[in-house]
Design a binder for this molecule. Structure first.
Ligand SMILES: [Zn+2]
Length: 358
């Protein structure tokens, strides 16, 4: 009798855990996960604006590891970022390495989502129309990471939109001049459509900006539509990822403008931000970007590659920093490393588009 009772107790405890843990982790069963923190609409005039300096950034060389190597851009002109007291005392430059990338399918985490297709596609319909998929589809359980790996952040402050200079060139920013404890995650290219990305975005509930190369994404537009449904905003990163510096105005204009046009056609929102491939640009780049409706160009202060964060300055993420990663095989480790680095610095991920008005 005693043994039977103990088994019942254990069974009840296990069932309770299976029910409660996913909810605690933000992961619900049997229904889709929605972006928990929708981008905040900037309230005009509620914050003292910073002013972005005009872009005169020096070019950068390509490190050669993929379309954008983990390179450092040249001396980008940035506004003076306000420091934040929480920035001191961070850990070392390398973020913690995330979980393995080659998990077995059909692991026990499948029990956390009995109504989802375990190990299956979390996708909505695939096809050329990636623009209308703003209602997230149900998600399969995490593979190779756990909900508890995702740092939790305090609510984002109301954004402080910056004031951009009124010139014939777009400014180049690698750090947004903010006074708030925020940082910005940006993810480039889109050649690899990592299956964990939608789940990670949903679990983290933080905004990200995707600088997409149209040739890289056109074979699966719906994938990036799903990322939009989980809070990502899509911006421009040329058609074919060439180095723009030194090229003709016509060439540069086509790469920038046509990619923005295409992304606008595909996703229903024409990009207003731009990142030059490899961070390489010249004044022609900035003038052509301005001429086709781009508001600002972006470099970065940190890169994340193979689970490690590399800093241009110091050993911590600073307020306003733009963090660069890519759609690469180590996407899970890279995204978690970026989140941990921001968390260690006492910052909260914020949406670039909330600070740089479109
Ligand atoms: Zn790139």
């Amino acid at each position: 009798m005693f043994t039977l009772s103990r088994r019942r107790i254990l069974l009840a405890a296990v069932c309770t855990g299976l029910t409660v843990l996913p909810a605690v982790g933000g992961w619900t069963t049997g229904r889709s996960i929605r972006q928990s923190a929708a981008p905040v609409t900037a309230a005009p005039g509620t914050a003292a604006p910073g002013t972005a300096a005009p872009g005169t950034a020096a070019p950068v060389s390509d490190a050669g590891s993929g379309p954008d190597g983990p390179t450092r851009p040249g001396a980008a002109v940035t506004g003076s970022a306000g420091s934040h007291s929480a920035l001191a005392g961070s850990a070392g430059p390398d973020a913690a390495t995330g979980p393995g990338t080659a998990p077995e399918s059909g692991t026990e985490v499948c029990g956390f989502a009995p109504d989802a297709s375990c190990g299956g596609d979390d996708a909505g319909p695939r096809g050329r129309d990636g623009g209308s998929q703003l209602v997230p589809a149900p998600l399969a359980p995490p593979v190779g990471w756990a909900l508890t790996d995702v740092p939790r952040f305090p609510p984002r402050p109301a954004p402080e939109p910056i004031v951009l200079p009124d010139t014939d060139e777009v400014p180049v920013l690698s750090r947004v001049p903010v006074t708030q404890p925020v940082a910005f995650i940006t993810i480039d290219d889109g050649y690899l459509k990592h299956p964990e990305a939608p789940k990670l975005f949903a679990a983290a509930g933080v905004p990200v900006t995707l600088f997409l190369t149209t040739d890289a994404v056109r074979d699966d537009l719906a994938y990036f539509g799903r990322l939009r449904a989980h809070g990502a905003v899509i911006e421009a990163h040329t058609i074919s990822h060439p180095q723009l510096r030194g090229r003709s105005a016509g060439f540069q204009r086509r790469q920038i403008c046509a990619s923005a046009d295409l992304l606008g056609e595909w996703y229903g929102r024409r990009p207003v931000l731009f990142r030059p491939p490899f961070g390489a640009q010249d004044r022609t780049t900035l003038r052509m970007a301005k001429s086709c409706g781009i508001k600002a160009a972006f470099l970065w202060k940190e890169t994340v590659h193979k689970g490690k964060v590399r800093y241009q300055e110091g050993r911590t993420v600073r307020a306003g920093d733009i963090i660069l990663m890519h759609f690469r095989p180590a996407f899970v480790e890279d995204f978690l490393a970026a989140l941990r680095a921001i968390h260690r610095a006492g910052l909260t991920p914020a949406l670039l588009e909330d600070y740089v008005p479109g």
